[in-house]
Ligand binder design. Sequence first.
Ligand SMILES: [Zn+2]
Length: 55
Amino acid sequence: MVKDPVCGMTIEESNAAATEEYQGSTLYFCSDSCYSKFQANPAQYVQPGATADSE
Ligand SMILES: [Zn+2]
């Protein structure tokens, strides 16, 4: 299960309407609408360094 960064919905990878490679991670979107919103302003939906704490 993965989280759609736009709406916060949890989805199955196989059910994702769209995917995007962003800063080395694959993001999954529940709908084309969420994907379009992400593409319009990626930085709004991804917190820089959010996954870097584990290093
Ligand atoms: Zn969504």
